[in-house]
Design a binder for this molecule. Structure first.
Ligand code: HEM
Length: 512
């Protein structure tokens, strides 16, 4: 009996000791060695997926509660959300080398021909070479200047269409996306493409990048992807896109439509198919298609979306529209149109675009991926030191492989950075040094650092000349006596946000 009691009490003590040790280890390891960023509560298996209805907005709401550096779990995948200028600076500048990779997914791998583009290519040799080619042969300052004639001709065509439609309802969304696509196709590919075909191609490729697959986030449920026919839908989309790109290349190789001798971006890509002595780097057919698609989508959708939002905000804010028209009309008075040489002097126009991209950055989330375990930002915490309590900054521990989104949409609406953040007020930039070239983290619509967007000059050039001429030559009104404040400003969902619904306006020739 005594022996039995002894055995029971020793076993009990052993288990209690074991339990205490486990509790000690779990609390101490998480306090001393692991300090993850704050996270909202999550559900088993799906994690925080159910809290993400409407991406940048819902992420912004969650960040208000959990802080500017927040860790979510999409299924089993950790995702870090940075929602303040400081958090963005930490990632894009202070710890840049660890955040140079892009977030990847199965769909993105497929649509980029295995990451052969620039945007989603991992940081490395292919990215360096491909970005250099894109910058040098498509988007450099010199190249952008050389597209001046094309821009001016295409702007004139848009003005002619509007002139013919004065007094009637015009779908400005359609008009503007055709315009940005026409300019891009002429400068990069040497000819325009049929609008309908291009539109569905662009829509397909944008949709594909954001389609969530169980395979990527909850591998145990990947059978659902098959059940809902995701693979065959994807293969169908990919086939259409591939056929279009193949056609583009073949047609170009036979040069049936080239009207001038200018070297186009597509020529450069095709030339790089041969071995290049200086770099011993050459493109395969898939690299060329990936780079064409990458720049084709960005070159069309991005400037379009900014133009469409700028126009929408101006329609919603008639005083701002009036001020912009006054600036341009006063300056260009007597001229048949605004020319590119005038643009540098139009300060308010410049401020209108900054303000547009503060409120409507497209993309609203900048995707990156962490390539090493690191400690970031953190909070002041008490720590015992012999006889006194010392306060120290304890960084948040973030694991290698964590996906990252910088929520530029939320940063642009942060009330600690911007006075009346929801109000469209270009004036805030008139006496401010803030620009969008990546040095001011409160305004980073084009990102920052080594992976910054190479299309800033290109977009600035096409957007400013188009908007300046539009509001110089025409007065624009909402249809059916709709009040400016009632203009629908719903955003599309997806990686690149534009208006959810087309912008219909009634133009009249200005009588100034
Ligand atoms: C208003 C217009 C545009 C906006 C707001 C915009 C925005 C962005 C953003 C936020 C990034 C990610 C930057 C980062 O990770 O730090 C990016 C990357 C990129 N953009 Fe743009 N973009 C625009 C126009 C264009 C145009 C016109 C092109 C080309 C024709 C272009 C090509 C690219 C490429 C190739 C990248 C990937 C760069 C890299 O990963 O190294 N973008 N853009």
């Amino acid at each position: 009996m005594f022996l039995f009691k002894l055995l029971v009490s020793s076993l009990l003590s052993f288990f209690i000791l074991l339990l205490l040790k486990l509790i000690y280890r779990s609390t101490h390891s998480s306090q001393e060695h692991e300090n993850p960023p704050p996270s909202p509560w999550k559900l088993p298996i799906i994690g925080n997926l159910h809290q993400l209805s409407g991406n940048q907005r819902s992420l912004g709401r969650l960040a208000k509660k959990h802080g500017p550096l927040m860790l979510l779990h999409l299924g089993s995948v950790p995702v870090l959300i940075a929602s303040s200028a400081n958090a963005a600076r930490e990632i894009l500048k202070n710890h840049e080398p660890m955040f140079l990779d892009r977030l990847a997914s199965t769909n993105i791998r497929k649509i980029t021909y295995n990451f052969k583009d620039v945007t989603f290519s991992p940081y490395g040799e292919h990215w360096t070479h491909a970005k250099r080619i894109v910058v040098h042969h498509l988007l450099s300052h010199k190249k952008v200047l050389s597209y001046k004639k094309v821009r001016e001709e295409e702007v004139t065509l848009v003005m002619d269409i509007i002139k013919e439609s004065c007094g009637s309802l015009v779908n400005f969304s359609e008009l503007l996306i055709s315009h940005t696509n026409n300019v891009f196709c002429r400068v990069a590919l040497g000819r325009k493409f049929e609008r309908k075909k291009v539109k569905s191609l662009i829509e397909l490729s944008v949709v594909m990048t954001v389609l969530i697959r169980f395979e990527d986030y909850m591998p145990c449920l990947s059978w659902i992807d098959k059940l809902r026919g995701l693979d065959s839908t994807l293969e169908n989309h990919l086939k259409k896109i591939d056929e279009f790109l193949e056609g583009m290349i073949e047609e170009h190789l036979h040069k049936s439509y080239i009207v001038d001798e200018e070297e186009r971006f597509i020529d450069v890509l095709l030339e790089h198919k041969e071995d290049d002595d200086t770099t011993s780097f050459h493109f395969q057919r898939d690299d060329i298609k990936a780079l064409l698609l990458d720049s084709f989508v960005a070159g069309t959708v991005q400037p379009f979306s900014t133009l469409e939002w700028a126009l929408s905000e101006l329609l919603r804010n008639p005083k701002t529209m009036k001020k912009l028209q006054e600036e341009i009309r006063e300056f260009a008075q007597g001229k048949p149109k605004v020319i590119e040489e005038d643009l540098a002097k139009l300060e308010y126009l410049n401020a209108v675009f900054k303000e547009t991209m503060r409120l409507h950055p497209s993309p609203p989330l900048i995707p990156r991926e962490l390539t090493r375990d690191i400690s970031l930002m953190g909070e002041i915490r008490p720590a015992m030191e012999l006889t006194r309590i010392k306060y120290c900054l304890m960084g948040y521990d973030i694991k290698c492989g964590t996906k990252v989104f910088i929520n530029t949409w939320a940063i642009g609406r942060d009330p600690t950075l911007w006075d009346e953040p929801g109000v469209f007020k270009p004036e805030r930039f008139l006496s401010s040094p803030i620009d969008y070239y990546g040095a001011y983290f409160e305004l980073i619509p084009f990102g920052s650092g080594r992976r910054i967007c190479p299309g800033i000059q290109y977009s600035k050039a096409i957007n400013e000349i188009t908007l300046a001429n539009l509001v110089y030559k025409f007065d624009l009104a909402l249809p059916n006596g709709e009040k400016p404040k009632d203009l629908d400003m719903s955003e599309s969902s997806g990686a690149l946000i534009h208006r959810k619904n087309n912008l219909f306006l009634v133009p009249t020739s200005s009588s100034f």
